[in-house]
Design a protein around this ligand. Structure first.
Ligand code: MN
Length: 286
């Protein structure tokens, strides 16, 4: 199943090149009172509501994906977790270019485990159609195309063997970043610097997250291309590691690291990111 949020907070299923409105499903969510639980309520109840959503989609009038405005398929993540330099070829280019990250500042090589995971502010999250607004116009903002992993249920520490079992689904992610010397959480968290979309593909439909070709083009020019099998730390290990540090909640997002080819964008550019078995999202820079 492909789930999206679009236009004025409508919920849809994507079938082929069409969106089917299933917004009535929101009536089935529990009526919550303060204090609200962490996490995304629609993602938390996705498994239980799936059959009903498919029925609603059967009766909906389809609209072409080209005419809807895609928001992030996750509305309320408690956190966005990032995995640093998770592709060897990107680690090499980062080591050569001191602008890319503080960790390379002294030419010193540190493993992913030594660097640890990082967090992006939840308020930085947008969907494909909302676009990226460059902050610090005089500095370098880079694109990082990544596989986005959406957690499906609350979990404490879990083993690598059990990790993929807590995934609700996958989406295309852009981990946008201002290059510089400040802490990662500062440079990767301006509003719009986390893009997720265009929709979420449920884990059962996607299959193995470790075998997906992906590309990123800017204004039609190829910048990034790799396969998720080239990750240094695979998805299951990232989830297990994250769960050993943070309680994971439904809707939490892991941005699993980018490949070689990161480069600056400027207002007016258009990024197109394509992932095998997910689809393609177009994101404008302003
Ligand atoms: Mn990244």
């Amino acid at each position: 199943m492909k789930l999206c949020r679009y236009d004025d907070n409508r919920i849809g299923l994507v079938r082929g090149r069409n969106v089917h409105d299933v917004s009535d499903i929101l009536e089935a969510l529990p009526q919550l009172r303060y204090p609200l639980p962490f996490g995304d309520q629609l993602i938390a109840h996705l498994a239980a509501l799936r059959e009903h959503m498919e029925e609603l989609a059967d009766d909906a009038v389809p609209r072409p994906v080209e005419v809807v405005r895609f928001l992030s398929p996750v509305a309320n993540p408690s956190k966005i977790i990032g995995t640093p330099v998770n592709y060897l070829a990107h680690a090499e280019e980062a080591r050569r270019d001191p602008q890319i990250s503080v960790f390379h500042g002294g030419g010193q090589r540190r493993t992913i485990e030594e660097q640890g995971l990082f967090l992006k502010a939840s308020s930085s999250l947008v969907g494909a159609s909302e676009g990226v607004a460059v902050r610090f116009a005089d500095r370098r903002t880079d694109h990082e195309a990544e596989l986005g992993v959406v957690i499906g249920r609350k979990t404490g520490p879990i083993t690598e063997a059990d990790a993929l079992g807590v995934v609700a689904g996958y989406a295309i992610a852009l981990d946008m970043v201002v290059r510089g010397k400040e802490d990662r959480s500062f440079r990767k968290s301006p509003d719009t610097y986390a893009v997720l979309g265009p929709w979420l593909v449920t884990a059962d439909e996607l299959g193995d997250p470790g075998a997906l070709d992906f590309t990123l083009h800017v204004n039609g020019e190829l910048r990034q291309a790799a396969n998720t099998r080239e990750m240094i730390i695979g998805i299951a290990r990232q989830i297990s590691w994250a769960s050993s540090v943070y309680t994971l909640y439904p809707g939490d997002i892991i941005m699993s690291g980018t490949c070689q080819g990161v480069a600056p964008v400027k207002p007016g550019d258009v990024m197109t990111v394509a992932f095998q078995r997910i689809g393609e999202m177009t994101v404008a820079v302003r």
